[in-house]
Design a protein around this ligand. Structure first.
Ligand code: IPM
Ligand code: MG
Length: 370
């Protein structure tokens, strides 16, 4: 058991606070049932922090985040801050939390709950039983590469520059983590890049191949171009076990994979750093969905991705596999019982609010705890 049982909650913007409240309910339940108690701090991030402090992540909040093993984050951003300068925008706070804490690996599992197979926009038989894991590189690539900017080049013309850059060690560590994770699953890794047009893609393939040859020959490694991967995800998603893409391709492919499961509102994620001497990794847990400004404040959001992110937190930060499985089982049962938030609503099911969904999860936890 890690010594540090501290959690920092950063609800953020839009539906972030609403879904975080439902995680709070689950955490309180676990506390009462004496499964685990956390020392919890809560703070602002994103647009909420910008409104209060003029920056989307204050130095104090970042320092607090550096001092805890696990951060739970809701979501950041919204049209309200569209015109804020880039380095103060809500997204900048999130990117700084990832970068400063060196959370280089973003695990985004896409699993289809049996009760939701029909909610997918793809045919049920294509997605039923789907269980894949995208391991997105999170602290490199075009998200952070320099130089970047927009410059005037005269004659009314402007030029925008982003830089896609990767070092071999950045690629090596994410690929090795993907191989390690694959061993606990179906043992197959698909490395994704565009080696046909990009230098970073050439290096990605070369380093993935070398890392694989260095102690992972029991794992099956294949390579695929990112555009083909997007196509295969909607054509035959069950062919994949673990996919390891760079930051930008991972952003895009994980939204696509999320939607296969019926709704973006279902997908959790874990962002992990390298293990320290005692084997602990800094981590942040957040749903893949965004702030959904159109339904914010209306108690309509689906809290399950946030609640499932908390399950990942129990698993990866606190080694509480049993607790994680309990939360996941409770979420599954609630869906089996026909409860649905608007995003996954289907004929004949029972439409519930964000709060009712959270409450239903704790009711199932009660039953599981017997
Ligand atoms: C995600 C989001 C973020 C990203 C945004 C909010 C900066 O889309 O976590 O997938 O692009 O990484
Ligand atoms: Mg995204």
């Amino acid at each position: 058991m890690p010594a540090n049982k501290k959690l920092l909650m950063l609800p953020g913007d839009g539906i972030g606070p609403e879904v975080m409240n439902q995680v709070r309910r689950v955490i309180d339940w676990m506390d009462k049932a004496r499964h685990v108690s956390f020392d919890i701090d809560e703070d602002l991030v994103g647009g909420a922090a910008y409104d209060a402090h003029g920056t989307s992540l204050t130095d104090e909040t970042l320092a607090d985040a550096m001092g805890v093993d696990a951060v739970l984050l809701g979501a950041v951003g919204g049209p309200k801050w569209d015109n804020v300068e880039r380095d103060k925008r809500p997204e900048a706070g999130l990117l700084a939390l990832r970068k400063e804490r060196e959370l280089f690996a973003n695990l985004r599992p896409a699993t289809v709950f049996p009760a939701l197979a029909e909610a997918s926009s793809l045919k049920t038989e294509l997605v039923a039983g789907l269980d894949m894991l995208i391991i997105r590189e999170l602290t490199g690539g075009v998200y952070f590469g320099q130089p970047r900017g927009i410059e005037d080049i005269g004659g009314g013309e402007k030029r925008a520059i982003d830089t896609q850059v990767y070092t071999s060690s950045e690629i090596d560590r994410i690929c090795r983590l993907a191989f390690d994770m694959a061993r606990k699953r179906d043992n197959r890794v698909m490395s994704v890049e565009k080696a046909n047009v990009m230098e970073t893609g050439v290096l990605w393939r070369e380093v993935a191949t070398a890392a694989h040859a260095d102690g992972y020959d029991d794992v099956e490694l294949s390579h695929m171009y990112a555009d083909n991967c997007a196509m295969q995800l909607v054509r035959a998603p069950k062919q994949f076990d673990v996919i390891v893409p760079d930051n930008l391709f991972g952003d895009i492919l994980s939204d696509c994979a999320a939607m296969l499961t019926g709704s973006l509102g279902m997908l959790p994620s874990a962002s992990l750093g390298a293990p320290d001497e005692s084997g602990r990794r800094k981590a942040m847990y957040e749903p893949v969905h965004g702030t959904a400004p159109d339904i914010a404040g209306q108690d309509k959001a689906n809290p399950l991705a946030m609640i499932l992110s908390y399950a990942m937190c129990l698993r990866y930060s606190f080694d509480m596999e049993e607790g994680a499985e309990m939360v996941e089982a409770a979420a599954k049962t609630v869906l089996d019982n026909g409860l649905r938030t608007g995003d996954i609503m289907q004929p004949g099911m029972t439409l519930v609010s964000c709060q009712q969904m959270g409450e239903a999860v704790t009711v199932e936890l009660d039953k599981l705890a017997g």
